[in-house]
Every structure is written in C-alpha cells, then in structure tokens.
Ligand binder design. Structure first.
Ligand code: PRX
Length: 637
C-alpha cells in the first residue's frame, strides 16, 4: 500500500492533499487494507461537529483484540509483544510474546465473564504499570466491556468519583505498587473509595508487592487463582464500529472530570496508522513510550497502536531517577530501544543531572525520539537532540489530546524537517485552523490564534460519558462547526505549528492535565478558607507549577501559615492526588472579581508569574483595591 507508510516529504504533501480532498476514500483504503473485520462498513463517515454526532465505519463489525493479537499469531506468535521492565533493576524483565499475550488476555477475559461482566459493562482498572494492566485492558476489549483506567496516582476520592460517574461494576487493582524505593497501598485506596460507591460487585486483586492486605468477603478475590483455572480460549465479542471501547477521564476547565468516550473502529484505524507513521516503526524495532497506561498516551501508544502493528512495546514500571538518573538510558541500552517517547518534564529533569548518566550508556540503537504532553522548550529540545539523539535521531514533537485519541500534529521522522519547539505539520486527515477572538479564521502564515480542527477524524472522542450536552458545549460551541482544542498555537512562515499552551483554565503540570475547579473545591473544604483561586506559573522542570491564592476567614488570619499550607496540600492530596499539590500559596485578603462576581484569573496569572508591568484595565473590577495588596505581598515573598 503506497499511502500507508509515508517515506518522503513529497509523498507527505501528496497524501495529505488526498486525505483532505477525499477523506472518505483515504480512510477507507487504509481501513480496508490493514485490518481484520468481521463485517465491512456500510458508510465510511457521517455526522458533523454542529450535530456532534460523528460516526466512522458505521455498520462494520470487529473486535480490536483480534487486530492487536490474533492476527499476529501465525506469523509472529513468538515475537515479544510486551517487554516489561520492573521498577527494581535487579528483578528480571519479562518478554511476553504474542502467543503468551493471547493466552493471558483470553484467560483474563474468561475470568471477567465468570464475574458476570458482559458487553457494555464498565470495568474500572486501577493498577500500576505491570503486565496485568495491559492484559486487563485487552481482556475488557475482548468481551466488549468498557474499560475505565484510572491512573494509580489518583486519590481514593478521585477514584470514587470516576467509578461512580460511569457506574463501574468491577474494579481490577493490585495489593500495592512499587515507586522507586517505596511501596504504595493501592488496595487500601480502593477500599476507601468503595466506601462511597454501591455500584461495585467485585474487586480482582493482582499480587505485586506481597503486602498483607484485607480482603472483603464476597467482594474481593485474588486474581491469580482465578486465572489459573480459566480457559485459554475466549471468543472475541463481535463489536459494532461505534460501540464504546473505553472511557478515560480528563480534567476540564470547570466542573468534574470528563469521561471521554472512545469507540472501536475509528480509534483503532487512527492509532494504528499514526503509530506506524509517527514512529516509522519497522518489523524488528523495540519501541518504548515512558507514559503510564493511566493516560491516553499509554492507551494509544503503549497498548493499542503498537500491538495493532505487531510491534514490541516496552512497559516500564519505574521512574526515571531510580536507582539513579541513568535508568532510562540503561533500559535503552539493554533492550536496544529504537523509538523512545517521553514528556518534556522528564527531559528537563534529566538534563539538570550530570551528563555522565547519559555518556556512560550506549544509545546508538535509537532512531526516533518523541515528546508529548506539553510544549517542549528550546533548551530541552536541544539537549534531547544533542545528548540522546546525538543529532541523528529526529525528534517528533507530537501534539494531541485525550479527546483526539491519537497524534494530530507531528513531524514524520526522516520525512518532515524539524525545527526546535515546533510540532510542525498536521498528519494526514487533520485540518487545523487558527481562530481569532471574533470567530474568523486566520488565513495565512505568521499568525497566532486558538487552535481548532475543521473536519472530524476517525479517533475523535464521541461524547462525554453521561453528558452529551457538555460534550457539545465544551468542544463545539466556541467556534461554528469546528472542534475547539482549548490550546493556543502559532503558525510560522512555512506553515509549521507551534503550540503555545492552554487558553482556558486547564493547567499542564509535568505533562498532567489539571483543572483548577476540583483543586479549588478541595481547598475550599478547609474550615479556615473563604475562597481560593489556582493559576499556573512557569516552572523550569514541570513546565507549569500551581500557584494558589487563598483567602482565609477573618478570625483565623493570624494562624501559622506553614501549618496551613501543609493542611491545604494534604486536602488536595486526599481529594485528587499528590500531582495536584501547590508549589506556592499566597494568602490574600480577597480575590479580584469582575462585576458579575467572576474571579479575574488573567490578573492572578500575571502576578504569579511576576509579570506585573501590564495588568490591563483593572478599574472595571468590583474590587480594584485588592490587586495592589496582592502585588505587594507577592513582591515581598
Ligand atoms: O495543551 C496541550 C498539551 O496537553 C493537552 C492534552 O492533555 P491530555 O489530554 O492529558 O493529553 C496529553 C497527551 C496527548 C493539550 O491540549 N499538549 C499535548 N501534547 C503537546 C501539548 N502541548 C504542546 N506540545 C505538545 N506536543
């Protein structure tokens, strides 16, 4: 298939043109030639953004696990599908072949069935980065259950909210997890969460840290004995193209997290195609994405995209600095990793350490370096290019979102000339637009605006679980018949895109998407707090860090501020997780508000970033006098 793997720039432009002139023919050809279907589609595509009723490959029948596993067994059953690298470097790595993955997924699928899980039921997965995580995701897909993976760094309150929102019936977890030299009591967190949920019938527990945990009779069961008894064959459930495959929660600028719903066929086609092109994957390559499967990057580019391509995908349980800052490079050297995909925050943290950690390792196997999750600054890009890629491995700065399902704007390595900090050009089928505040599209180059996408693509999330209205309002109401990303972007003189950051109240901290509202809600629960506002400010490792403005009740303003800060961060840890802790807290007499009572975050953002030269017109505020006090105490910090 000539169109499938793009090999030079001329071909990219040709394929891109075809993909936007005739998207149906473009995607139909890819779907037809690279996947296993039980029944062909009736319609390639229907719907539009205005009606928010998008469908791809309607009428088709398939199971994604047949595409990720079964179809590879004849030719590459003994090839490693998942290469598991444990947290402890002295623990042996596991090479799980496609044959063995097939058995494990089928057995797990039978265990789920025996627990009464059926097509359409929701299963919550709260696991560390161990093979059971990938296996349980695929086992759900095998039987048509909708998986909802919750990142195992979220607190019990956050977990409970996600379980309840999609009324999951079963939770898959482990006794605990390893994190560097520590262990985390995951089962304890699940137990606490389940005190608040009545929808869960059973909990399956994988053994990882061998800790002594309590098991609730009639609800909790160890996973392994059930797997030992299960049959190795489980016929794949026949799924419609538009049947939900999974729910994955992401933060919004307001309100509760949004359960983004991805469906089966379009997601499969798009993640498989983009994996092949963005990483230029070749048969014997060893591909490693350092993300957690709790995020979309792990779903699309550790599990589904690589496995659908018959790739070897590395799963790493640990962290970049354990036992030392050379851990990533040890794994690259040991396994001769060819594609390495990580986040700018990790690159910045590693770049700060002694270069010996890099220089003592052989990184010559690397062919492609990837970046995802936040804008990559020039310094980090250059360090990555020089020290890891040795100026010979192209960097693919991949821009995309939980909602987009797959990579949208990215260089194709060895095809698209790269420029530091630029995600460069849209992938085939993707039509970006920069929009002005007056709703008009900015035509031409050297412009900056709100980034939108003009046409639906196969892996766009189809709805927010249980709230289609919110889906419509969040993504399709800002600009007519466009998908609004929430990001700002610039287009340079050659049409390359550079992402400039969020234009809403979502803050990207260390590549994690955090909404301000749930953090403020957590702080406001403190009995001494009247109100609070969270903004982001630049941080040299995390990209952004969180800055909290907190107004205390009059009666407690003399309380010990250090103690209060600890209590506030403790509340945030309990409600969301340690990732949402504040770096700085400033106690204020009040917060600047518009006359309609809305907090003026624009002003607070500038003050937090020490950028007070141009605050704009503050005379229209309800309480302009409050601003001077906030600036003064910021300057005196
Ligand atoms: O602001 C953009 C940023 O991450 C947001 C999406 O976050 P999430 O849904 O958690 O998915 C992250 C992994 C795909 C985007 O709206 N972002 C993601 N990739 C980039 C980026 N910002 C700049 N450059 C990128 N390469």
């Amino acid at each position: 298939m000539s169109n499938y793997q793009i090999e030079n720039l001329e071909e990219y432009f040709k394929v891109y043109r075809e993909s936007v002139e005739n998207p149906k023919a473009f995607w139909e050809e890819i779907a037809e030639n690279h996947f296993t279907w039980k029944k062909r589609w009736d319609t390639v595509f229907s719907g539009d953004f205005d009606s928010a009723n998008i469908k791809w490959f309607e009428g088709a029948k398939l199971n994604i696990t047949e595409n990720c596993i079964d179809r590879h067994l004849a030719d590459r059953g003994d090839k490693t599908a998942i290469l598991f690298e444990p947290n402890n470097p002295n623990e042996k790595a596991q090479h799980i072949t496609y044959n063995s993955l097939s058995k494990r997924v089928n057995k797990f699928a039978n265990v789920l069935k025996a627990q009464g899980i059926k097509k359409g039921d929701r299963v919550c997965i709260y696991l560390p980065m161990i093979p059971e995580l990938a296996v349980s995701v695929l086992a759900c897909a095998r039987i048509g259950a909708i998986h909802s993976v919750v990142f195992a760094g979220f607190s019990s309150t956050a977990l409970a909210a996600r379980i309840k929102d999609s009324s999951c019936k079963l939770v898959i977890t482990s006794d605990g997890s390893f994190r560097a030299a520590k262990t985390i009591d995951l089962k304890g967190i699940v137990d606490e969460a389940l005190n608040e949920c009545d929808c869960i019938d059973s909990v399956l527990v994988a053994k990882r840290i061998n800790s002594d945990i309590s098991m609730k009779t009639g609800r909790d069961q160890w996973l392994q004995p059930l797997l030992d008894q299960a049959l190795e064959v489980c016929e794949p459930e026949v799924m419609d193209a538009e049947d939900p495959l999974f729910i994955l929660y992401t933060s919004g600028s307001t309100g509760t997290p949004k359960g983004m719903v991805h469906t089966t066929a379009g997601y499969m086609v798009y993640t498989t195609y983009t994996f092949k092109n963005v990483f230029q994957y070749r048969t014997d390559d060893i591909y490693w994405c350092t993300a957690d499967i709790g995020w979309i990057t792990g779903h699309s580019y550790i599990v589904y995209g690589p496995l659908a391509n018959g790739a070897t995908t590395v799963m790493f349980e640990g962290v970049p600095n354990h036992p030392d800052y050379g851990r990533f490079w040890d794994i690259v050297e040991k396994n001769k990793v060819t594609q390495f995909y990580t986040a700018p925050t990790a690159i910045r943290a590693l770049a700060k350490e002694k270069i010996d950690f890099v220089q003592n390792r052989d990184l010559s196997s690397l062919k492609v370096l990837g970046s995802v999750g936040e804008p990559i600054n020039e310094e980090a890009w250059n360090w990555y290019n020089e020290n890891i890629g040795k100026r010979k491995s192209p960097i693919v700065d991949t821009w995309w979102q939980t909602e987009t399902g797959g990579i949208m704007i990215s260089p194709i390595p060895y095809v698209t000339p790269t420029t530091p900090t630029f995600a460069t050009l849209p992938l085939p089928g993707i039509q970006p637009a920069l929009m002005a505040a007056d709703q008009s599209e900015l035509i031409g180059n050297q412009l900056e605006g709100s980034l939108c996408i003009k046409q639906p693509w196969p892996s766009i999330a189809r709805t927010i679980w249980g709230n289609h209205q919110r889906y419509k309002e969040t993504y399709f109401s800002a600009f007519k018949n466009m998908y609004f990303t929430g990001d700002g972007a610039k287009r340079n003189e050659v049409g390359y895109y550079r992402l400039t950051g969020r234009v809403d109240d979502v803050i990207i901290v260390s590549g994690h998407n955090l909404g301000t509202a749930p953090i403020e809600d957590a702080i406001n629960e403190h009995p001494d707090v009247t109100e609070s506002a969270i903004v982001g400010f630049p941080h040299n490792i995390k990209g952004n860090a969180l800055y909290g403005y907190v107004t205390l009740k009059e009666t407690v303003r003399t309380r010990d501020k250090n103690q209060l800060q600890k209590e506030i961060n403790q509340l945030i840890t309990e409600h969301i997780g340690p990732i949402a802790k504040l770096d700085k807290i400033q106690f204020t007499q009040g917060l600047p508000k518009t006359r309609s009572g809305k907090i003026m975050r624009r002003i607070l953002r500038k003050i937090a970033s020490n950028d007070i030269s141009n605050l704009g017109d503050i005379s229209t505020l309800l309480n302009p006098e409050i601003v001077a006090g906030i600036i003064q105490s910021r300057l005196s910090q």
